[in-house]
Design a protein around this ligand. Structure first.
Ligand code: PMP
Length: 418
């Protein structure tokens, strides 16, 4: 009976081997697709990332031009002519691949330049940054190397999956999302039990778009002798007067023990990075399994050198994004839709019921709007939503088309919950 099942139920099925389990899972995904609930998979786009995408869905096999509300390419730097040119020049100069893992011959001039630039972007000494293949591995590989079984990771429960992945070899405690009392209880209890207490939060939370209560969390962490790691994947390049992220909004950029970020969102490429003390960075170069056993960026990453400069050279992209966010949030709120506490370019439309959310996603797609439906286990069971994210290059026409579609969906399905 697949009706009440979720993806999580198939992570493990007693008595079935891995191949049998995959067969049952195949039947489940077929059911999901046939019953119209799977509008978040098999979306293929004929063109790259942009405010419009050509989307082929499981319901309508014909490619259709939609307004895209799914991208984290917030400043649309994947399409910026100067970024593209720098990437092409990188390939021409260095070839197409790194050739080896960083520690054993795969660390090249462009990697070094990128690390220096990222460190200087955060006003830190040049040996304070290390790049990883993705933001996911920056989190998972760094935490795996830093925390051992005598240590503890204390996570805001809404942190990204990659952080959880990094905690597999250490002790794990979770506090309620942005809840200071819950955090303090854990910090107090952990004080004498664990050697290193590393509190890990996101700058911007990826499902709700809300910000961490960073200052209060930092103060509490320090009060109990802990360290703070902030994954600011969705903030860096986008938020703060100078685009230094959620940390800049709170004036804490210099005070965070470990910063992690991605190169795949505001910077428009792929890769991740960690910023910390030169000693932690040196430790990770040798002790993080990913640095030792896996190659990092290709020379196309030279595009990133330009993209990072553009954060300072062309601040208007950030302003355009901020204006779009203000406009779209007002439009959704005027429709009496529930957008929660977002303070970023991630704007959820909270619906609650998973089936209604699936229906809403499909109606939006029919109306030419591609937005993600997020259901359990992505969020709690009763917390399903349509998640939208905006780009600097969305025009008012794009946003009005999306707002009209949300109005239509609300008339049909009554998704308004305020
Ligand atoms: N952290 C957060 C908060 C994220 O949302 C994501 C990506 N969704 C990542 C890390 C991983 O980044 P990447 O896509 O570069 O692996």
């Amino acid at each position: 009976n697949f009706q009440k099942a979720s993806f999580k139920d198939f992570e493990n099925i007693p008595d079935l081997n891995a191949f049998q389990r995959a067969e049952v899972f195949q039947e489940f995904t077929n059911y999901m697709e046939e019953s119209g609930q799977m509008n978040f998979r098999f979306m293929t786009s004929k063109k790259g990332s942009g405010p419009e995408m050509w989307v082929t869905s499981p319901f309508n096999k014909i490619p259709k031009k939609c307004v895209s509300l799914v991208s984290n390419d917030y400043l649309n730097f994947t399409q910026h002519p100067k970024v593209k040119l720098a990437a092409i020049e990188g390939i021409e100069k260095y070839g197409t691949g790194a050739g080896a893992s960083p520690l054993i011959g795969g660390h090249h001039e462009y990697h070094e330049m990128l690390q220096t630039k990222i460190a200087s972007f955060f006003n830190r000494p040049s040996d304070s940054a290390l790049i990883f293949t993705t933001g996911y591995t920056a989190n998972s590989a760094a935490i795996l190397a830093i925390l051992k079984k005598e240590d503890v990771a204390i996570l805001d429960m809404a942190v990204h999956a990659s952080v959880y992945e990094g905690c597999k070899e250490t002790n794990l405690k979770m506090f309620l999302h942005n809840d200071l009392e819950s955090l303090e209880r854990i910090l107090k209890d952990a004080q004498d039990k664990f050697r290193t207490r590393l509190v890990i939060i996101d700058g911007v939370y990826s499902q709700d778009g809300d910000l961490a209560k960073m200052e209060a969390i930092l103060n509490l962490t320090k009060q109990y002798g802990g360290f703070l790691m902030v994954d600011d994947a969705h903030g860096i390049g986008v938020l703060g007067k100078n685009g230094r992220g959620a940390m800049e909004i709170f004036g804490l950029t210099d005070k965070i023990d470990i910063i992690s970020g991605t190169l795949s969102k505001a910077f428009g490429h792929i890769g991740g990075f960690v910023i910390s003390t030169p000693q932690i960075i040196n430790f990770l170069k040798f002790q993080s399994r990913q640095q030792v056993f896996s190659s990092t960026s290709t020379p196309a990453a030279a595009g990133l050198l330009k993209a990072i400069d553009l954060i300072d050279e062309e601040p208007h992209w950030r302003q355009m994004l901020a204006d779009n966010v203000t406009y779209f949030k007002k439009g959704l709120t005027d429709l009496k839709l529930n957008i929660g506490n977002t303070e970023s370019a991630i704007i959820p439309v909270k619906i609650g019921d998973a089936h209604k959310t699936g229906d809403a996603g499909r109606l939006l797609l029919d109306a030419g709007i591609y937005a993600n439906t997020i259901v359990y286990p992505g969020v709690a069971r009763k917390n399903a939503r349509i998640r939208t994210s905006l780009m600097a290059t969305h025009t008012r026409e794009h946003l009005d088309k999306a707002l009209n579609a949300f109005e239509y969906v609300n008339q049909k399905l009554h998704i308004s919950s305020i």
